[in-house]
Design a binder for this molecule. Structure first.
Ligand SMILES: *Cc1c(COP(=O)(O)O)cnc(C)c1O
Length: 389
């Protein structure tokens, strides 16, 4: 019997041995493992290679994304850095142009130094076909993208990538495995910043690489054990604990995001709302086809930069902070926070302006969030000498 995802967030099918029946999987806080005798092994040697707590977590993530294997890393960027080690000087990647700022920084400053080249385009609207060449090894996307919420048809892009012998790699952080499983749609590698929804409590950094094939998984495991950016046992346990409530948190956060997106569309000083759950969003139908929900991230632009800053100064319950996916609602200013290192021309092209705000809906009561936004909007309007109605 295959279990539903809500159940798989709590129970691992075919989990390894658990000799004392501990309901909370133990933290094996050890760097090394003794061997019973020469040529014998408990199955573990040294925690850089594998640790039972991390292995338990990896089985959980692999099950949630329907992968052949999952690797738990010390952060989302560690996962993306390991992934980039699959490529060699001279290789070429096609990448979505609107991505998490840290990924763009990695490609611009580390990968380019390693002589890997990139074509960056809006894959939600542009045809990637002319960008493939004999050196193209992979296509890298987020859908929805951070922060402009571009939606790409994963199944269609996987077919195109495979026709050219390239991998499709999807950073699935914004939706979590509860809402979207790119491997089922043809992707080859899925990435998560586990810091976000999977951890769920803004208390630890983590990252994941999930592969569809054993062959890719083996390559990634070799790179990881050689370079060393894996997740510690205690942090692995925090992730296991967070994931137990992933499905209920995603539902509650999405409900809030949807209500907030609707509320924002009715506001006089809001210029544009980017939320794929709105039927007017250009990616709405694709999202309905490939995901089980629309997620809990909402970006929006207000009248001007002054207004955006005044809103950030006026929120009380909602916190002004970067990151996302936790129980608390956060408001981010991408221009100077998550996307500060994106080259200015690209930021402008993508629409990351001084009037853009990005909201990560938490799981507080909807009314309390709307009341806080309402008072912050009124205060921001008053500060600018305007009236909200
Ligand atoms: C946060 C984030 C990352 C980076 O993850 P860290 O855990 O902060 O290293 C990568 N991709 C997306 C979409 C993110 O939101």
């Amino acid at each position: 019997m295959s279990l539903n995802i809500e159940t798989r967030c709590i129970h691992i099918e075919n989990a390894g041995p658990n000799p004392y029946g501990a309901i909370s999987y133990p933290i094996f806080q050890t760097a090394t493992f003794a061997h019973p005798g020469f040529g014998q092994s408990t199955g573990y040697d040294y925690s850089r290679q594998q640790n039972p707590t991390r292995e338990h977590l990896e089985q959980m993530i692999s099950s949630l994304e329907n992968g052949a294997d999952a690797l738990a890393c010390s952060s989302g960027m560690a996962a993306i850095s390991i992934m980039m080690e699959l490529f060699e000087p001279g290789d070429h990647l096609i990448i979505e142009e609107d991505l998490y700022g840290g990924s763009i920084r990695l490609f611009d400053h580390i990968s380019k130094k390693n002589h890997i080249t990139f074509s960056s385009l809006d894959l939600s609207t542009e045809d990637p076909e002319p960008y493939f060449n004999e050196h193209t090894k992979a296509v890298f996307i987020e859908t929805p993208t951070n922060p402009m919420m571009h939606i790409t048809d994963i199944e269609k892009l996987a077919l195109t990538a495979h026709e050219h012998g390239a991998l499709l790699i999807v950073d699935n952080t914004f939706l979590s495995p509860c809402l979207q499983n790119p491997l089922d749609l043809g992707a080859d590698i899925v990435i998560h910043s586990g810091t976000k929804y999977l951890s769920g409590h803004n208390d630890t950094l983590a990252g994941f690489l999930i592969s569809r094939s054993e062959e890719t998984a083996e390559k990634l495991r070799f790179i990881s054990k050689t370079t060393g950016p894996m997740l510690a046992p205690f942090d692995s346990w925090l992730l296991l604990r967070g994931i137990q409530t992933l499905s209920v948190r995603m539902k509650a956060a999405e409900e809030n995001a949807s209500a907030i997106a609707c509320w924002l569309t009715s506001q006089k000083f809001v210029k544009k709302v980017y939320y794929p759950g709105l039927p007017s969003h250009p990616g709405h139908e694709i999202m309905k086809k490939q995901a089980r929900g629309f997620g809990a991230m909402v970006s929006f632009t207000v009248k001007n930069g002054e207004m955006a800053k005044n809103i950030l100064n006026s929120i009380r319950l909602i916190q002004y902070a970067e990151s996302l996916g936790g129980t608390e609602t956060l408001l981010t200013y991408p221009l100077t926070q998550t996307h500060a290192d994106v080259p200015e021309a690209l930021r402008k092209k993508n629409g990351i302006t001084d009037s853009l705000l990005r909201l990560s809906a938490g799981i507080e009561h909807t009314e309390d969030l709307l009341r806080d936004l309402d008072q912050a909007f009124q205060a921001a309007a008053a500060a600018a000498g305007l009236r909200t109605i």
